[in-house]
Design a protein around this ligand. Structure first.
Ligand code: ADP
Ligand code: MG
Length: 710
């Protein structure tokens, strides 16, 4: 559903009413009032309850309809069946935003579902922004607004967090306390009937108090809308998200390669990649990254320098850097000399710089000072293991001091527990993110780098090819009129040709004589394939013979193939395709798309051949694809080196593969009636790429609002 874009009154109300306020401690309607009072919110608090009187010293209004006109925010916690009445009262006084805490809606089934739709529609029609229902509420630390029934208020900070799970909100509020994790906004989205992650991203990207946005989602309903909102948000600030659970993949059985290859999570993966959202798998990781993003500036490059008082942790950090796309900075000669000048002779002056177990605050400070000044170093990690003699707090103070003046991102990893607890507090108070383990620290720093690179990337270049869309549509409409839901190779080829895709010379031969003639004009060797609208997996029935060298072989193969095909019940056999062979040394890749119910067309690419389902070595992006998208797609598959050529093989023509993918993306956008498409294989060779087999699955459902042509 569309949503109200104005979330100002929700987060910065000058007055808040609590509809369903209660005098009974422990009740939600009481907790909300008490939280508003005790968090120190300075605006007006207006409890509403028919019995009147006072709650916590505040005068109670008897009904929502008697609240002041133009009220900013109302928190609704009346029983479910009174929610609509409350909303009507609030609309009558032109209330601007509501938080519906009450549960019993979509999450309980059909009846609740309808009620929820009604409430959301009503709020939209009356220009009330609506959070929930079935949520915990929201917190804004800037104006000390705690409109939740949660027991604790977080420290103020620059992290905004929104979550679909209320339980997770409660747990995080509790866990974050005293850990130096501070929040700007904290929002429980509940059932997301109106305000969802899209609304939150749009609001938070412009929120000056928020430096990093965190989100927990279980499902995204408007995939395309999310993609756009996330793309806009990540230009402004980092967005880190957890996407848990998985939606059931399209209900259709995996009938073709593409269907089988794209799992339900792939569209989410593609959406996060294409919008620059950093995806993490757990809460701990999310807050590790959030700490770095909220405390540090972005690094100018990927070069990390590690300073450590022990060898092992230094190596762990270096390994993690290697794995996560950071580089261990090569230090300048001058830096190395300077380090040597004050470090003990047995110290390691190359990165990781091991300043030895007896290192104190002074040695840490000097080492940090020297490496941070090196222009080849973009960020620094100070690692400490609490060796017996070391004054841990003094080191923390020294690191904090140096971090302030270094002008580069500096993180710390103080390993251990009890002995380093205070030191960690010192560091975080000084805005130095501090981690328990080197891997976690490097992971957070690498996220900074990834986001920095994302912000620097050029604007996506979208390509549009000249094509004969009308001709392609003609082919499809004719097939549909005949009741076909699949366009097999010989029919699909016409669509490919209309889009200018490279296909091998192919002739449909009804008899072996015609086949012989066709082969002669194409030139041997040729491939022979069954042509029947009902047979879509040709080799499954022995319907493909490749590398036919002469006429005798050809005639024999024609006979064999058509005989086998006639044994397939219901298959109407038109004859065989005689086809030019792809150049020797071609590598088989596949390209295709399927439609995701939330995100639209998802384009896939991978190495083809018989093992494709087993290896699942697939890259995917949501259409429409940009030049950058296709370039990344062909390079991120594990089998990329095979395409580049092994043992003296020349590389394939990447540009040609990219063109196939771009065209595929265009077909997906142009023809919403194509449910699924498979080019398998595409023969990639040094001089181009040939689509030697193609198949379209047509569906009745039309996704998206794509112009279908005239
Ligand atoms: P299927 O319907 O079984 O997928 P294909 O047309 O993909 O039939 O052919 C099966 C295999 O035969 C392909 O994966 C490829 O290895 C090979 N092949 C098909 N056509 C050609 C061709 N024109 N040149 C070279 N090899 C081909
Ligand atoms: Mg095939």
């Amino acid at each position: 559903m569309e949503q109200n874009e104005n979330l100002g009154p929700l987060f910065e109300p000058s007055a808040v009413a609590v509809v369903g306020a209660s005098r009974a401690p422990g009740k939600v309607g009481h907790l909300v009032v008490s939280n508003l009072v005790h968090a120190g919110y300075q605006g007006k608090i207006l409890p509403v309850n028919p019995s009147g009187g006072e709650i916590l010293g505040l005068p109670v209004t008897a009904s929502a309809g008697e609240l002041p006109e133009g009220l900013d925010l109302a928190v609704v916690c009346v029983p479910r069946d009174s929610v609509m009445a409350a909303l009507r009262d609030l609309a009558a006084i032109r209330c601007k935003a509501v938080v519906v805490i009450t549960a019993g809606f979509k999450e309980v089934g059909r009846e609740g579902y309808h009620l929820e739709e009604e409430a959301a529609r009503f709020c939209l029609d009356h220009q009330m922004a609506m959070l929930g229902p079935n949520c915990l509420g929201l917190i804004n630390t800037a104006n000390r607004l705690n409109a939740t029934f949660a027991a604790s208020v977080p420290d103020p900070g620059e992290i905004a967090f929104f979550s679909q799970s209320g339980a997770l909100c409660v747990a995080i509020l509790d866990a974050a306390r005293g850990k130096g994790i501070g929040f700007s906004k904290f929002v429980s989205l509940g059932n997301k009937a109106s305000i969802d992650e899209i609304g939150m991203l749009r609001y938070l990207k412009d929120d000056p108090g928020t430096k990093v946005i965190l989100g927990y989602v279980e499902n995204i309903n408007d995939g395309q809308g999310f993609l756009r909102a996330a793309q806009e948000a990540t230009i402004e600030k980092p967005v880190v998200m957890i996407k848990s659970g998985s939606t059931p993949s399209g209900a259709r059985a995996a009938s073709s390669h593409t269907g089988a290859l794209a799992g339900s999570d792939d569209a989410y993966r593609a959406a996060f990649t294409q919008s620059g959202v950093i995806r993490v798998s757990g809460v701990e990781q999310m807050f590790n990254l959030a700490q770095a993003f909220s405390f540090l500036d972005l690094p100018a490059g990927p070069n990390l320098c590690v300073i450590t008082n022990a060898g092992g942790p230094g190596i762990l950090a270096a390994d993690a850097a290697d794995r996560l796309g950071l580089l261990m900075a090569p230090l300048r000669g001058q830096t190395i000399e300077e380090l040597r000048s004050f470090l003990p002779p047995w110290a390691a002056v190359y990165n990781p710089v091991d300043i030895i177990g007896d290192a104190g605050a002074e040695r840490y400070a000097r080492a940090l000072d020297v490496v941070a000044a090196d222009s080849l170093v973009h960020m620094v990690l100070a690692v400490l293991t609490p060796t017996p003699a070391v004054d841990v707090e003094a080191v923390a103070e020294a690191v904090a001091r140096q971090a302030r003046v270094s002008g580069k991102p500096v993180a710390a990893c103080f390993m251990g527990e009890e002995r380093v607890a205070r030191a960690r507090d010192i560091l975080r108070a000084a805005r130095v993110p501090c981690y328990d383990y080197p891997e976690a620290a490097v992971e957070a720093l690498s996220a900074l780098y990834v986001h920095a690179e994302w912000k620097k990337r050029p604007l996506p270049v979208e390509v549009c090819y000249m094509s004969n869309k009308f001709q392609a549509r003609d082919v499809m409409e004719k097939a549909q009129a005949k009741g076909f839901t699949e366009l097999v190779e010989f029919m699909a080829q016409d669509v490919l040709k209309a889009y200018g895709l490279p296909v091998p010379k192919t002739v449909l031969a009804r008899t072996s004589d015609e086949a012989a003639q066709a082969a002669k004009s194409i030139g041997y060797p040729v491939a022979l394939k069954i042509a029947s609208p009902q047979i879509s997996h040709k080799s499954d029935i022995g319907g493909v013979v490749v590398g036919i060298e002469n006429e005798e072989e050809l005639r024999q193969s024609f006979l064999n193939i058509t005989n086998r095909a006639r044994r397939v019940k219901e298959a109407y056999v038109l004859g065989c395709l005689v086809q030019e062979m792809a150049p020797k040394g071609s590598r088989e890749v596949f390209a295709g798309f399927k439609r995701d119910p939330q995100f639209g067309p998802l384009v896939l690419f991978g190495l083809g051949g018989v093992y494709v389902e087993v290896l699942r070595d697939v890259s995917c992006r949501l259409a429409p694809l940009s030049l950058q998208d296709v370039s990344e797609m062909v390079r991120e598959v594990r089998s990329y080196p095979i395409l580049r050529g092994v043992r003296g093989e020349p590389p394939v023509d990447f540009k040609a593969i990219e063109d196939v993918l771009l065209t595929l993306s265009q077909i997906a956008v142009d023809f919403p009636q194509i449910e699924e498409c498979d080019f398998n294989p595409v023969m990639a060779h040094p001089g181009g790429a040939l689509v030697v087999d193609a198949r379209f699955t047509l569906g009745k459902t039309v996704h998206g609002k794509v112009d279908n042509g005239a």
